[in-house]
Design a protein around this ligand. Sequence first.
Ligand SMILES: [Zn+2]
Length: 279
Amino acid sequence: MAERGLTLMAVHAHPDDEATSTGGVLARYAAEGITTVLVTCTDGGCGDGPGGVKPGDPGHDPAAVVAMRQAELEASCAALKVSHLETLGYADSGMMGWSTNDLPGAFWNTPVTEAAQRLAELIRRYRPDVVVTYDENGFYGHPDHIQAHRITMAAVEMTDVPAKVYWTTVPHTAFAEFGRVMKELGVEWAEPEETPGADGPGPQLGLPDDEITTWVDTSSYGAQKFDALAAHASQTENIFFLRMGRDRFVELMGRETFVRVRDTTGAALPEDDLFAGLR
Ligand SMILES: [Zn+2]
């Protein structure tokens, strides 16, 4: 068999998702010499506009938002030393129930098989050993995140290429710790316990700690993750994180966690490396 380096592919919905949920692993594995491929499915056109203009408000120009967010995405990839950035270019569908969900070209409005075939082409080209995306609820229910999950799982099925597939998640204990720090900083923050939980009407965010299979130490790459997030400072939800300041952020965000849903290596669980069993 020809000598070939390892490859990580992360499939995300919007510009900035790569930084929030996988910034640490993208930076860490790039530093270890692994090829990193980021696939961003939508153009982020439903995000905040220049000057913080909200979608639907007067002066929100989706074309300007898309151009700004593409530049931010490239800056984030530079901070994380991503080897290859691929964009599928679907229109941002906006939050669940927005009229943008049904527009032609919206990611949510695109047949899963059609988008999955495009992703499958990229999987055949880059041959990732490890693929990372969201869980079936897109972590928090955003239609583009759910769609990214669906097309990724379909493309994996079509290609049978990756040895391992992971969904991003957050341990419940980390939410508690995060809530404590937010309160300390005076930031309003609804703890998962106070929001509709597993027994209530909505799905609970994240997982109990003992259901998490993979805990990756990214503490040495926290500064890069912070810089990637800072590259997306036009988006209000990121300013929320940036308010912590770099030192606190690095201290609090030194780990990224995943659930392994496909594995051909037999690596024992729990594991501390997405590439366990592959090197
Ligand atoms: Zn997103």
